[in-house]
Design a protein around this ligand. Structure first.
Ligand SMILES: [Zn+2]
Length: 335
């Protein structure tokens, strides 16, 4: 059972922790302490801002830590709840999954109040934090396994009014690419739980790999602010775009290219590049048999290369590329 000394109804700025009991060999009565900042003043929306759902994705964690230090009560209208490192044990270990229970926070929903640490956090989000919130921002990147062209992204939720809200918030981030995605790897996702509760859910994939260029930090930090302005929590204006966003969609299984065999993956295209069905996306080389021709990976659909595998060493079944076709706003909102 997660506990906190933070008061969600108190005005002003509070810094504290969400505490999850975790009994282990060197701490029989220990808690995992997840930092949380709340800033509230007057009427307005409640926005929950989450980073570190996957521990090895630091872009959002840095953006939220900076925002949490900067914000004062005078700057907000409504309430913002900021958790920079949601899967805190994973963030400290630079891993995607929690080192405490091996769980993926983004597959842990609906969660369990008496379950493993990750499951308890998921339960707390579902039963306490999501119901308090109008909007949920969950900042991801490709972590160590994938690298994305920096994009805000969303699911095609069935409710059209909610889809419109999510679409507008996605565009407000200000990334060159936006991405409509499908879940090909399991259920129990955090955004799906928040969507099912009717929230305006804003998610991102801001780069990836273990090296984060300054430009990606800039879009993480400016985009987060833009969305908070768009949602009415912060004052200001969302800057006008120089070029319209490239809206892409990968909702068919063949858009997600999996490695047919293990080896060393070489990408043939730059991130964001246009791809035609039948085009070579990359090759898998055989370390043990360099005399053999590499396995050619062929695109099964046309669109833009939205993400690629980050490490070259690849196992059979790893996702090595995702190809997302360009779609119009009308198609997204009416399909
Ligand atoms: Zn992630």
């Amino acid at each position: 059972m997660v506990i906190t000394s933070l008061g969600f109804d108190k005005p002003g700025k509070q810094q504290g922790f969400l505490q999850v009991p975790y009994s282990h060999n060197l701490g029989g009565w220990a808690n995992v302490m997840i930092p949380c900042t709340i800033v509230a003043r007057g009427k307005g929306p409640t926005v929950l801002v989450l980073g570190g759902n996957h521990g090895d994705e630091y872009q959002g964690q840095i953006a939220i830590m900076k925002l949490a230090r900067e914000l004062t009560a005078e700057m907000v209208g409504g309430r913002i709840i900021m958790i920079p490192s949601l899967n805190f044990p994973a963030a400290r270990a630079a891993t995607r999954l929690s080192p405490l229970d091996g769980m993926n926070m983004n597959r842990a929903f609906p969660g369990d109040a008496e379950g493993p640490v990750t499951s308890q956090i998921a339960h707390y989000l579902r039963t306490v934090l999501f119901p308090l919130s109008d909007a949920v921002i969950d900042i991801h990147s490709g972590g160590r396994s994938m690298e994305f062209v920096p994009c805000a992204h969303m699911h095609l939720v069935p409710d059209r009014e909610q889809r419109r809200r999510m679409f507008d918030a996605m565009l407000a981030w200000g990334t060159e690419f936006c991405f409509i995605y499908a879940d090909i790897a399991g259920t129990g996702l955090l955004p799906v739980e928040a969507e099912n509760q009717g929230k305006t859910v804003v998610t991102t994939e801001l780069g990836g790999g273990e090296c984060i260029p300054a430009s990606v930090h800039r879009i993480a930090q400016s985009g987060l602010r833009n969305v908070l302005v768009h949602l009415g929590l912060l004052k200001g204006r969302v800057p006008a775009r120089e070029k319209p966003a490239i809206i892409t969609q990968a909702t068919n299984r063949e858009d997600y290219v999996l490695a047919p065999e293990s080896g060393v993956f070489e990408i043939a295209l730059d991130l964001g590049a246009k791809v035609k069905k039948g085009q070579t996306v990359g090759w898998i080389h055989h370390l043990e048999r360099p005399d053999r021709m590499p396995k050619q990976i062929i695109a099964a659909s046309s669109g833009h290369l939205i993400t690629m595998r980050a490490p070259c060493l690849t196992q059979q079944g790893d996702c090595v590329a995702v190809i997302a076709r360009q779609v119009s706003e009308r198609e997204v909102l009416r399909s």
